[in-house]
Design a protein. Structure first.
Lengths: 251, 199
């Protein structure tokens, strides 16, 4: 049972037993794991604030072949997002990215891209205090990394190249459709939403955040990506209702 | 895990739902109850049933009570200019123990916790704002827990309440009495520095 060391991001933690914590985290080298931190709920625990959601840490743990839970031995804080969570909206944004990451990533499969995406998004939320654009970036990239994003340049039915009109999407069908091929009840993505999506896939979040984006295209992309994510994980995200309420009140 | 007779397993299972009770403690309690006299064990069951039936929420402050409004809300000796806001009814006891607070209370029913689906709408915030409308309240003391959720709730409330012209204060949080600065983590220490006052 060798001691492993890795960089990690805490996704969430739950109280366990009489003073322990069950912790879900994304290890940069091993992928998503769940582990037990003994005594983490006791005052003066050696884990301190390292197990708070989105804490970027260095972690030492034991993996046991017969159990799916690792034993967390020690943690060291690299970067804390605890202060950011004092703001409700920012905390909500961080909760969305940790819930989505936990829901879409299988255990034990390393994903450096998902790891960096979490840090970049959390950093942008911390810096700007804004959540809509960082989440649109995070959610669309999560869909892309999951392999669920259809081509954004032509209609999946007739093949026509998308022009200046809006396009139509539904999580039930792969591919975006043009105005001629659309089915009733599909979600519309405006031309600005489509432009933003293309730029999200080719530019840095920092660069995009320098521009003033109207809320409509940003919210369209959030809704579209979250539809695809919920379709893949086959359940509703707990944070989504709160997120939509929050984005609504800011438009 | 050893095999228990079904009724014992059920009892252990129910006890495990209580806060801070794990498998071992639940087993110990279950065997203790089974060894006790029938009257003793049934008295406990009856006390739980009775409390559950008679106790409800105060329609003013959301404290748990057997009279509505509760004893704090109706006591003429209490100072009506101050409301202390707490997450849960049992937090009131912690404040009362100090014997230095004689104002009113407001129980939120939790703290903002998006991962658990708890946003502002799920907390009793609207009824708190209602209580400020007659202008009698001068200060709101926010005594939510010094956790990430409790802090976020305190900041959210203060942004909401300050524009209403009421003084909003936060209980001091930081180094617990009896502990050593050497062992304080950075977040706790930061809170302690922020909460400093003149002496
Ligand atoms: Zn078409
Ligand atoms: Zn009351």
């Amino acid at each position: 049972m060798p001691l492993k060391e890795s960089e990690a991001i805490i996704l969430r933690s739950y109280p366990l037993g009489e003073g322990d914590r069950l912790v879900s985290f994304l290890s940069r080298s091993t992928g998503r794991l769940r582990g037990v931190a003994r005594g983490a709920r006791r005052p003066k625990s050696r884990f301190g604030s390292t197990l708070e959601p989105l804490s970027h840490i260095r972690i030492w743990f034991y993996e046991r072949e017969t159990r799916d839970l690792v034993r967390i031995n020690q943690c060291e804080l690299i970067r804390s997002f605890l202060a950011t969570q004092r703001d409700y909206a920012a905390g909500l944004g961080l909760a969305v990215i940790s819930e989505v990451t936990e829901a879409v990533l299988p255990e034990h499969e390393p994903s450096d891209a998902a790891f960096r995406l979490l840090l970049v998004t959390a950093g942008a939320i911390e810096r700007s205090g804004q959540i809509a654009l960082p989440l649109a970036y995070f959610n669309l990239w999560t869909v892309r990394l999951g392999g669920w994003l259809p081509p954004l340049d032509h209609c999946a039915s007739c093949g026509i190249e998308f022009g200046v009109e809006g396009v139509f999407a539904s999580p039930m069908r792969p591919g975006l459709l043009c105005n001629n091929c659309r089915h009733p009840g599909m979600r519309v993505i405006s031309p600005r939403g489509l432009t933003l999506a293309r730029r999200i896939l080719t530019e840095k979040l920092e660069r995009l955040a320098e521009e003033d984006w109207p809320s409509a295209p940003v919210n369209e992309l959030n809704a579209y990506s979250l539809d695809l994510i919920e379709h893949q994980i086959e359940r509703k995200l707990t944070t989504r209702r709160l997120l939509e309420k929050n984005l609504e009140s800011n438009t | 895990m050893p095999d228990f007779a079904a009724p014992i397993a059920r009892l252990i299972d129910e006890l495990k739902h209580l806060p801070g009770i794990g498998q071992k403690t639940a087993q110990r309690l279950a065997y203790h109850l089974l060894r006790a006299s029938p009257e003793g064990a049934l008295a406990l069951a009856e006390a739980i049933r009775n409390a559950k039936e008679k106790i409800r929420e105060c329609s003013v402050c959301n404290n748990i009570t057997d009279t509505d409004p509760c004893l704090y809300c109706t006591n003429p000796a209490r100072n009506r200019k101050t409301i202390c806001v707490v997450e849960e009814p049992n937090n009131i006891l912690a404040v009362e123990k100090t014997r230095h607070y004689s104002g009113l209370y407001h129980v939120l029913g939790g703290a903002l916790a998006p991962l658990q689906g708890v946003g502002p709408e799920q907390l009793k915030i609207k009824s708190l704002i209602e209580r400020l409308k007659n202008g009698a309240v001068e200060e709101i003391i926010i005594a939510t827990n010094p956790t990430a959720e409790g802090e976020a709730t305190a900041v959210y409330l203060s942004k909401l309440l300050k524009p209403l012209g009421v003084r909003v204060t936060r209980i001091g949080v930081g180094i617990p009495v009896g502990s050593d600065l050497e062992f304080a983590d950075e977040v706790t220490m930061l809170k302690a520095m922020e909460g400093r006052r003149d002496i």
